[in-house]
Design a binder for this molecule. Structure first.
Ligand code: UD1
Ligand code: CA
Length: 483
């Protein structure tokens, strides 16, 4: 469906996101909406649904607690650079109704009223909402109603506001917060989700009449439902079947559960597209990761950031990959850790390799066990198979690096402003085992370096370099030593 069609299916509306609350129950100094879920803050997930359903909506974002941090995050997020977002300051957090009132009193609200735009309210702490849910709530209001309230039924509704319906169960009369509910009301399984679509005129008028006469002494947005129903206005209720999408995040345990639900949905999405998971429960995949066709992912794998895995590649157990671009037919073996790096087709990496930021492995190359690369570009069909460290190096094609090679890239000197020095190993070089290269240094094309050499001077192309003391054998000397 094109973006244009999607906009038609929802109202021409303002979107109000409530994100000023203290988030006290999180017991954290980080504002609640900035807590991470699958690689992005909670607020990202809410705004991202808004962006995908109604990219041209005018968004009012109510901020208060930790507002500098929240605003700085939203401003810096490239995903939202095209969204029209107005920050609304709620200086004191006196409840959800008060937050909405701050927005309606601000210029943002004045414009919504002037344009007679309905207002979609979303709390910043419901990160699992889907686009179809936003589209359903955002559909134009029925002509006789002033608000639509989204509800769902929970096996354990504790903590949520309960939906009180008329005795015939048809109309919604009010929402009662758990702290204000009677024992009988607490048994109601249908709960308020804090997602609504309001007629802006009704919203503005009734927010002015709200009072904080309740157990928490707060202005409750939920009270607008009773105000509408008492005033004889239509209240439409939309009960959402998939209650998992409507989990609020109020404390670290709810956040942990939201992470689990999100991850499971993400893995299922990829599995349906052809990715094979050998132990799906133990795998974690963040929201911006992309996986190609026929990829296989073993247990304990963590894929983070903008990691991309190409077609037919295999990721072995317990690999942790962050912002790594992997092309097709790559094999990543157990325990490999890589970050901000690229791996080309048919390469093999691991087990237990470490690719630190800025590394690149060429096609058909092999990076073996306990090899660490840092800012190192390796060409194609090159082998660095065992126990080596290469930092700030450029390695050509068809190079063979034996076991235990070390680039000595840091010697305390600063040369031309660089603390770390570069090692260049040109195409077709053969490095025997247990060598070191003291950078800055270049080993020319096709050179041959004898095992155990410590190379301190450039090696001309095609040369043999031997840089170790010549061996001396002293007959019968061992016995003398022992004696
Ligand atoms: C709210 C609802 C409850 C519903 C639940 C669903 C009210 C009174 N209660 O409860 O019926 O079942 O959501 O998840 O609305 N916020 C502000 N300013 C404030 C207070 C809150 O911006 O002064 C924001 C918070 O940052 C949060 C959202 O509003 O994103 C909801 O607030 P929260 O305190 O989490 O409400 P709940 O107790 O979850
Ligand atoms: Ca909440």
């Amino acid at each position: 469906m094109s973006a244009k069609n999607e906009i038609k299916s929802v109202s021409d509306m303002g979107v109000l996101i409530l994100a000023a609350g203290m988030g006290k129950r999180m017991r954290s100094s980080l504002p609640k909406v900035l807590h991470d879920l699958a690689g992005k803050p909670l607020l990202f997930h809410v705004l991202n649904q808004v962006r995908s359903v109604c990219p041209r909506a005018s968004v009012g974002l109510v901020v208060g607690n930790g507002r500098e941090q929240v605003e700085a995050y939203v401003r810096s997020e490239p995903f939202f650079s095209e969204l029209e977002i107005t920050f609304i300051h709620q200086a004191e957090q006196k409840g959800t109704g008060h937050a909405a009132r701050c927005a309606l009193d601000a210029q943002w609200g004045v414009e919504r009223l002037k344009k007679k735009q309905p207002v979609l309210v979303l709390p910043g702490d419901l990160p699992l909402i889907s686009d179809s849910l936003v589209r359903a709530v955002g559909a134009p209001l029925e002509s006789n109603s002033v608000l639509r309230v989204l509800t769902c039924s929970l096996v354990d509704p504790s903590g949520y506001g309960r939906i009180v319906r008329s005795s015939d169960g048809i109309s919604v009369q009010r929402i009662v917060e758990e702290k204000d509910a009677s024992a009988e009301e607490r048994r109601i399984a249908e709960v308020a989700t804090s997602i609504y679509l309001f007629d802006s005129d009704f919203l503005s008028r009734s927010l002015q009449q709200l009072t904080p006469n309740n157990a928490q002494g707060e202005y409750y947005l939920t009270d607008l439902v009773a105000m509408a129903s008492r005033g004889g206005f239509g209240v439409s209720a939309l009960e959402w079947a998939d209650a998992d999408l409507l989990r609020g995040v109020n404390d670290p345990w709810e956040l942990a559960q939201a992470r689990q639900i999100f991850n499971e949905k993400c893995i299922k999405k990829w599995a349906i597209q052809g990715v094979q998971f050998l132990d799906p429960r133990s795998v974690r995949i963040e929201c911006l990761v992309t996986l190609g066709a026929e990829v296989t992912i073993d247990g304990g794998v963590v894929l983070q950031g903008t990691t991309q895995i190409g077609d037919r590649s295999t990721i072995g157990p317990h690999a942790v990959l962050k912002n790594v671009k992997i092309l097709a037919d790559v094999t990543i073996k157990a325990g490999t850790v890589a970050e901000d790096s690229a791996i080309h087709s048919f390469a093999q990496v691991g087990p237990n390799s470490h690719l630190r930021p800025g590394s690149e492995v060429g096609a058909h190359s092999k990076i073996g066990n306990f090899v660490e690369l840092k800012k190192t570009k390796v060409g194609s069909s090159t082998s660095i198979a065992h126990l080596s460290y290469l930092g700030d190096a450029v390695v050509g094609d068809r190079v063979n690096i034996g076991c235990g090679f070390v680039t000595c890239n840091f010697d305390g000197r600063i040369i031309e402003g660089q603390r770390k020095h570069k090692t260049v190993i040109e195409d077709d070089v053969f490095l025997g085992s247990a060598c070191q290269a003291v950078a800055p240094i270049t080993i020319g094309k096709g050179a041959y370096i004898a095992s155990g050499s410590t190379i301190t001077q450039n090696v001309e192309p095609g040369s043999l370099a031997i840089a170790r003391a010549r061996q001396v054998n002293k007959p019968d000397y061992a016995k003398k030593l022992r004696d």
